[in-house]
Every structure is written in C-alpha cells, then in structure tokens.
Design a protein. Sequence first.
Length: 117
Amino acid sequence: MTDVALWYLRFHQPDYELYESEAKAADFAAWQDYQGECTILGVQFPDGRTLARKDWPEFGRAVQRQREKRQAETALDKMEPPPAMREARDPFEDRPLQIEVSEPSWLGASTAGPARP
C-alpha cells in the first residue's frame, strides 16, 4: 500500500516517487537533498493534502537525523588513524599521487614500454 508521494525536481522536471510511509519518503528526501541529486518540492497524501518542503515537519526531522548520523560518523572517522599510503604515479601522464598501501601493488606502478592494446 502506498501512503505518500514524494515530489521533486530533477533536471528541471517535476517527478515523484511513491512510498509506503511518510517517514521513508522523508528519509529519502533528506538524503537526496544532501546529495544534491534533486530539489525536494514536498509530499502528497492519498487524500490530496500536500505539504511543501518548508512546511513538512517529517522532512525536517529526517534532515536532523541524517545530520546527527553524519556527525557521529565523522567523529568515529577522526578517531581512526589514517590509512598507510605509498607513492605512486598515474600510468597516463606519470603524475605523482598517494595510494593506500592496501591497494594492489601494480596500481600506480611505472610501466616498461608502450601500453598493450
């Protein structure tokens, strides 16, 4: 059963997605808004009621939940030491760069001779 339609603009065109709950629509809307994938217009309910983004309380709560989640993840990331890095060269123009030590040893290694077709 569909409880709500989330309306948004993508590539300057209106579009919508149907969701089983307002909370799920709001979570998706908050994520899409954060990613910059689209512009959230609002939500429409089966009885025809609409809530514009600025007047949609569940959207505001979803944005806050995601903000808190990102802040917690950032705090955890800061506690972890950065990965070990190694010097490498891009194989196309021999530019220097840093690659994680855990990456394959051939990645960023100098090549001997022309590339194979």
